[in-house]
Design a protein around this ligand. Sequence first.
Ligand code: OGA
Ligand code: MN
Length: 295
Amino acid sequence: MSVQIRRLTTGFAGEVSGIDAARPLLPGVAEEIDAGMAEYGVLVFRNQVLTDEQQAAFSENFGQLELPSAVSNITKSHERRLGPAMADVSNLTKEHRPFDRDDRRRMFNLGNRLWHSDSSFRAVPAKYSLLSGRILPSSGGNTEFADMTAAYEALDTTMKARIEDLVCEHSLLYSRGRLGFEGLTEEEKTNFHPVRQALVRTHPANGRKSLYLSAHAGRIVGWPVPEGRLLLEELTEHATQRDFVYVHEWRINDLVVWDNRRTMHRARPFDDVNEVRDMRRTTVAGESMTAAQAA
Ligand code: OGA
Ligand code: MN
């Protein structure tokens, strides 16, 4: 059986059928999904009832897993609810209760509601993210995706020339700082030291350029900070216009896969102090840096 992909009514997302992600893939199928990812940027797989182990095994079809670690979160290992391959994108404690309103893990996780690309704060940032919707709230909690290839291509030639060779610094310090999150320990601040990313990147599979923006981007190398922030704000506003955005309304057991190299995403609000939203992410590591790192 081969993979079928139907374009979802709004733009650059596709819905895949003919796949059971819980089982090993037949030869050639991972390549077909990769080709679909190069075309669409976001693929939705419905009715995928998965254990964490099955989700990790499916993800490994597309490359090595990027493991969550102290460089990506403030949750201590003894507080973790899930195994080592899983990024816990839920609002839950280990005891399966929603975080209290002022729990610092909740406040840190609220950063996912800003437009971002996963792990752009790592020198080698993520390739794909695979997010499984295990328990959904009664309302709210959509995920929105922005098509950074379309956004780049819609820029005028002056702007394209202006940004072509720019490099940005990305860090969790910047994205969390935007929300006024404070009280990071010295150790956390060290873990979150900035890395450099190109502002324009070329997709290895389709050869198209895209904007590489993220809430983690906090300065443009060589520019005064406010001037750099303004340009990043302006580009983000452009890239997240409704025309470039797909809104995913979750159904239970959806598995949504996106290419971080050519999309941004953000979580939308829900009553997270009272309701449960159990989302689990696996991440496929990227293959290269987008810019040389500072010495
Ligand atoms: C993520 C993320 C958004 C959401 O899993 O990386 O940002 O809607 N999730 O939970
Ligand atoms: Mn994310």
